[in-house]
Design a binder for this molecule. Structure first.
Ligand SMILES: [Zn+2]
Length: 151
């Protein structure tokens, strides 16, 4: 058994702020500061700095997660198009149809975007992909949608 300073359980440690020797409270883990006001203040300041640095890390992680999701999502769609060539050709056909300009005024009226959007309100919306497998990764993405009424 190693004995140092008389071998008692309580050993004096040096305060990280004022460098004085003090007896740490056995109930406090990893105590590094003595009970002096200045030292406690220094401890709190350091704790706040670490907390803010931690928050920055958290925000950076969130950004990374969103970036990763966007990458995965774009991969998802290019993969989808690769695996569903009929989906692409269908879109091309629709585009062709639109370009041909043979749409009747009747159908145009039905597709009036204002009517479709009239129940929307300005605010924050979740953009959720149709594939539910991606939902879990979507939590962090909120998109602000502002609708400007046209009168
Ligand atoms: Zn101190």
């Amino acid at each position: 058994m190693v004995s140092s300073g008389g071998g008692t359980m309580n050993q004096m440690i040096r305060c990280a702020h004022c460098n004085c020797l003090f007896l740490p409270n056995p109930k406090v883990k990893n105590q590094r500061y003595c009970s002096q006001k200045d030292c406690q203040r220094a401890r709190k300041r350091l704790w706040q700095q670490q907390k803010m640095a931690g928050d920055n890390d958290y925000q950076a992680n969130q950004k990374d997660a969103q970036k990763t999701w966007r990458q995965q999502n774009s991969n998802y769609w290019s993969r989808y198009r690769d695996q569903h060539p009929q989906y692409v050709s269908r879109n091309r056909l629709l585009q062709k149809h639109r370009d041909s300009g043979r749409r009747s005024p009747d159908r145009l009226a039905k597709m009036d975007p204002l009517k479709q959007c009239s129940s929307f309100k300005t605010g924050s919306y979740y953009l959720i992909p149709e594939s539910s497998g991606l939902l879990a990764k979507m939590d962090a993405l909120i998109t602000k949608v502002i609708l400007i009424p046209v009168s």
